[in-house]
Design a protein around this ligand. Structure first.
Ligand code: SF4
Length: 327
């Protein structure tokens, strides 16, 4: 591909494909920044209104005490981070949070539980939460760890619209980050979710000490799933004292924007979410991410246990940029 893409090449880039080679993804990462952003923006406009941003609110319905060892996570029992383990929230308290999120402008309500996988008796309560949140007119999303096919079906029957389960990083780097579940187990859960008719929310985290090649591998894996996730969260690591990744080097913001742009190009019809890490991101970096094709944010002052920009701050930024809530 020449550096400046022709109209035909841009059109072809906007077509949904599942056969991305790592060499192709690498060549996108290596484009001069203005060319990469131009292509991402053109493709974004083929499928989305570039002024619209989907807004989700995420709450922790069961915090801490997780037996998994994800090296970035303050909720793992393996690390001393000061996060206290709580029981599953009461159903009425979750519904009250959902009502507040809706009045504040969120269109989707995501419920996260720090579990390796849900026990069947807990899943019944989560299903009631899903049905209750759906009944007040919000889209529903959950992230509960690994699911069996039957559990995915139960969630769907309760009205679950989206299930989040991230691949986190490349298959090659994965073992450096998590040892208590395999990459294949993650792919299996994604398959169960997809088979149950639930939309898939799946992305990863950058800034965990991975190489540029790992970012390429992560996006190529996501883009080559049998169907692209409807929602692709790209997180910038939030370093939490006590976790193994607390002292690592931060990712360069321009590399982060490149990752967003390549996600947009390789998964043209997916909503790309600018997820964790915004609290420490400048307005300029966030603006570049929106130009590079990000069109979703987590909205609300907390992301599970880590801070997120307050609602006022986000609304001010959106106003400055002329962005409006999607839907
Ligand atoms: S990321 Fe999820 S599965 Fe991993 S330790 Fe944290 S709560 Fe557990």
């Amino acid at each position: 591909m020449s550096i400046a893409a022709s109209e035909r090449e841009l059109h072809d880039l906007g077509v949904v494909r599942h056969d991305w080679t790592r060499a192709e993804v690498r060549s996108l990462f290596e484009l001069p920044f203005p060319e990469l952003i131009f292509r991402a923006q053109r493709i974004h406009r083929l499928h989305f209104d570039p002024t619209e941003v989907q807004m989700s609110t995420l709450i922790s319905i069961k915090t801490g005490g997780c037996p998994e060892d994800c090296a970035y996570c303050p909720q793992s029992v393996h690390y001393d981070t000061g996060v206290k383990a709580d029981k599953l929230m009461r159903i009425d308290a979750v519904i009250a949070e959902a009502r507040a999120a809706k009045s504040a402008g969120a269109s989707r309500f995501c419920m996260g539980a720090a579990w390796r996988e849900p026990k069947d008796r807990d899943l019944g309560k989560v299903c009631e939460m899903v049905a209750g949140v759906k009944a007040i007119g919000l889209e529903t999303c959950a992230t509960l760890g690994m699911l069996t096919q039957n559990q995915a079906r139960r969630l769907r029957a309760a009205g679950l619209d989206y299930y989040n389960h991230n691949l986190d990083t490349s298959p090659e780097y994965y073992g450096e980050i998590i040892t208590t579940r395999t990459y294949q187990e993650r792919l299996d859960t994604l398959g169960h979710v997809r088979n149950a008719g639930i939309h898939v929310c799946c992305g990863g985290i950058v800034g965990m000490g991975e190489s540029a090649e790992d970012r390429i591998g992560m996006l190529a894996t996501l883009a080559n799933l049998p169907a692209h996730p409807e929602s692709v969260p790209i997180n910038m690591l939030v370093k939490v004292e006590g976790t193994p990744l607390a002292a690592g080097e931060a990712i360069d913001p321009i590399d982060f924007v490149r990752t967003i742009a390549v996600a947009r190009i390789t998964m043209p019809k997916s909503v790309v979410r600018l997820s964790a890490g915004r609290e420490d991101m400048s307005e300029e970096t966030q603006a570049l991410c929106f130009i590079a094709g990000a069109n979703s944010i987590f909205y609300g002052p907390k992301l599970l246990t880590t801070p997120n920009p307050g609602r006022d701050r986000d609304l001010r930024l959106m106003d400055k940029l002329g962005l409006v809530p999607m839907g």
